[in-house]
Design a protein around this ligand. Sequence first.
Ligand code: SF4
Length: 148
Amino acid sequence: MSDEIRIGIIICDRYHTCAGGKCLRALYNREGAFSIYEGKRVKLVGYTGCGGCPGGNIEYAPGEMKKNGAEAIHLATGLIVGYPPCPRVTRFRDFIRAKYGLNVVIGTHPIPQKYYETHKTLGTWKSPGWAEIIQPTLADEKTRLLYD
Ligand code: SF4
């Protein structure tokens, strides 16, 4: 049996031209939400956008990734740092878990410091729900600055 973990990444379509630089760097460095894979082998088997509001691609993309062996889907950090953050992020998580039986992690790379500061000023993540959502990608300031 392979000890390799296969994952897929779904990004917010507002950033559909993104080349995945921060996500892939964080995956390579096991930073942000990818720190859970420290010491483990990970293969990226899918990367796509949500399809634009209201996220039509969420219905099918995880299925394609599952066919490639994905065990977990990461909803990219862009969903939580955009202005405003995606209002559907927890629905996407719950849907993917229910429909495809896949593990879903909210977040990829560490939150960039400039987004952290603005959302702190705005009070975006003040609620207990949001505080929990940003936990995997919060990182420390030194790391966040590396992702600005
Ligand atoms: S805000 Fe949400 S639904 Fe809209 S494009 Fe971004 S991820 Fe997709």
